[in-house]
Design a binder for this molecule. Structure first.
Ligand code: MN3
Length: 203
């Protein structure tokens, strides 16, 4: 397969004022691009060259750390850009909205749980909404560029929504105020895309 470095589905300034233009430009064109380049270099030396990221993640425990860090960085950011939108925000929609209410009690309960996972992740990492193998939604966080698709994950599942809580994702605008960045995130969540991810995951 061809590994793809995706264009953003909106302009660098489209998520203002919640995420500023300079953060988006550096995050996408430098950080994400570097994960992509280093992933290509790392995967090229293994038998996994050409395999899907999902297949690589399923065998992560047997593979070099460069694939974990850069493959994770490639996948996680590609998902992240898609679940953000300048037209986002509001409550979850469709079957995902129903499943959130069923699993967490209410949209507010879910948001609070997810926000806590994002705020309490020590150091760099991600917060996730996943569908686990029992068909239930769950919230968790992972360190560095790990994700729930990796066989080493403490919260295995299929990611529906992910939030980058590395400082590079928010420091220029929010400095040490990670909770402000997390609460701004809810204004730009692309629930249409998240619902698509959910529909694919439950199939
Ligand atoms: Mn990042």
């Amino acid at each position: 397969m061809d590994y793809k470095f995706p264009e953003l589905p909106y302009s660098y300034d489209a998520l203002e004022p919640y995420i500023d233009r300079m953060t988006m430009e550096i995050h996408h064109s430098k950080h994400h691009k570097t994960y992509y380049d280093k992933f290509l270099a790392a995967v090229g030396t293994t038998e996994y060259s050409g395999k899907s990221l999902e297949e690589i993640f399923a065998n992560m425990s047997r593979l070099p750390a460069a694939l974990r860090n850069h493959g994770g960085g490639l996948y996680n950011h590609s998902l992240f850009w898609e679940i953000l939108s300048p037209k986002g925000g509001g409550p979850a929609i469709g079957n995902l909205g129903d499943a959130i209410t069923k699993n967490f009690g209410s949209m507010d309960e879910f948001k609070s749980k997810f926000s806590d996972a994002a705020a309490n992740r020590f150091g760099s990492g991600w917060a996730w909404l996943c569908l686990n193998k029992d068909g239930k939604l769950c919230v968790c966080s992972s360190p560095n560029q790990d994700n729930p698709l990796m066989d080493i994950s403490e919260c295995p599942g299929t990611p529906i929504l992910g939030l980058d809580v590395w400082e590079h994702a928010y420091y220029l605008k929010y400095q040490n105020r990670r909770p402000e960045y997390i609460s701004a995130f809810w204004n730009i969540v692309n629930w249409e895309k998240a619902n698509e991810n959910f529909e694919k995951a439950i199939r």
